[in-house]
Design a protein around this ligand. Structure first.
Ligand SMILES: *[C@@H]1O[C@H](CO)[C@@H](O)[C@H](O)[C@H]1NC(C)=O
Ligand SMILES: *[C@@H]1O[C@H](CO)[C@@H](O)[C@H](O)[C@H]1NC(C)=O
Length: 390
């Protein structure tokens, strides 16, 4: 398994003498030391083993992940939690899959297209939703057009009932998922004369809502459909339907906030042996404030394509070092150095990936020794968001 990243070889001793290429005394010296260094390498198989073990673990984790995703995909948006180090747990939002639709009310609702429910209906009918056997989820229509419940008090006797039922809270945003909303029935100048049983509401992709209606507390109460919201069915995907007064509704194009995310940090000292999470304390750039120097963890503030880089340097014969980039608990890339003679080796590794919002990225020092001082910038960690996804 060759996992060597971009390795920059800098032979300090020969460069000091002008990078001539000829053997200089210190190089000759190093040749003598070489057998000893090789021996030391052989004596130090533990690091190699740990690395291989980690790679195997990473593969196992990936397999487990796909397995978990398969079994949990039926439960809609599921948060999976992995225990990685003893300090942190990581959330992984399961990607949208077709199978999750099975349980999503946005795809499983009963069409409720009753013109008499309209807020402008002045019909003499006196309907009562207490007589309906409510089951599952419903989507309101008015003559074939998608429509919403009113978010305002509806005049008595409208919606072809006595006390029209309206939502006391706003319709939810899509990321809120399923929410519970209070429902009120207007009667005798009291907009909430009837505090009816609460219902559940969910916003769906495509600017429509589904409602889980329940039996109202009394008769004649009926759920209303607000004709003023008919305009909402014409909103595009990148628009939302808004209203200040809950009377006049209009489609408004969502502002896409372009976020900038860049960070660059260094560790100003030496690292030796296992360090679970390198706490890069010297932060030079932290645009978007997604990197924490306190924990050493970068958290993706939005979903998108990210690129990371991390580096290390080793000096002294017979030493190696392995730094791993850890994404959501998985070891995904290594920055590796190995020195067999008195010289120094720097290694810069880079990695690009798609991350969901909240994903965590940090660097772990698996083994060996990494050299840096306050000014050397040899142990560094940085990254940028290249592309923002919704
Ligand atoms: C109610 O509103 C709809 C949509 O604006 C309209 O087509 C219908 O004629 C109105 N009904 C009454 C009774 O005003
Ligand atoms: C919104 O989407 C439409 C296509 O559905 C597109 O023509 C329009 O440019 C988009 N507007 C913005 C601001 O993204």
């Amino acid at each position: 398994m060759v996992v060597l990243a971009v390795a920059v070889f800098v032979t300090l001793s020969s460069c000091a003498l002008g990078c001539s290429g000829n053997m200089n005394p210190s190089e000759l010296q190093s040749l003598k030391i070489q057998p000893a260094a090789v021996f030391k390498q052989m004596k130090n198989p533990q690091c190699e083993q740990t690395t291989l073990q980690q790679q195997q673990d990473a593969l196992t984790q990936v397999n487990m992940k796909s397995l978990k995703q398969k079994t949990q995909s039926d439960f809609g948006t599921t948060l999976l939690t992995y225990g990685t180090s003893d300090e942190e747990e990581y959330d992984l939002r399961v990607s949208e899959e077709d199978s999750r639709r099975k349980s999503d009310p946005c795809f499983h609702y009963t069409v409720l297209d009753d013109a008499w429910r309209a807020t402008n209906s002045t019909s003499k009918l006196r309907m009562c939703d207490r007589n309906v056997k409510w089951k599952g989820w419903y989507r309101l229509f008015y003559k074939g057009k998608s429509i919403q419940m009113p978010e305002r008090c509806v005049p008595v006797n409208k919606c072809s009932t006595h006390a029209p039922l309206w939502l006391t809270g706003p319709h939810p945003k899509r990321r809120a998922g399923i929410v519970t909303r209070q429902v009120c029935g207007h009667w005798k100048k009291n907009c909430c004369a009837f505090k009816s049983s609460p219902i559940q509401v969910k916003k769906c992709l495509g600017n429509y809502y589904v409602y889980k209606f329940t039996k109202p507390v009394s008769c004649d109460l009926a759920y209303c459909a607000d004709v003023n919201t008919l305009v909402c069915s014409r909103c595009r995907r990148n628009q939302s339907c808004v209203s200040r007064d809950k009377i006049n509704w209009k489609c408004k194009t969502k502002k896409v906030i372009r976020r900038q995310v860049h960070f660059f940090a260094s560790f100003p000292g030496q690292l030796s042996g296992k360090v679970n999470r390198i706490k890069y304390s010297k932060v030079l750039v932290n645009e978007g404030r997604a990197f924490s120097s306190r924990t050493g963890v970068f958290r993706a503030p939005v979903s998108g394509v990210y690129q990371f880089f991390f580096s290390t340097q080793t000096a002294n014969a017979g030493q190696k070092t392995d730094l791993w980039l850890v994404v959501n608990g998985y070891w995904v890339a290594v920055s590796h150095t190995l020195v067999t003679r008195p010289s120094s080796v720097g290694s810069l590794a880079t990695y690009m990936t798609f991350l969901r919002q909240g994903a965590s990225v940090y660097v772990t020092h698996n083994c060996g020794k990494s050299w840096a001082n306050a000014a050397s910038m040899t142990i560094t960690f940085g990254g940028s968001m290249l592309l923002q996804k919704k």
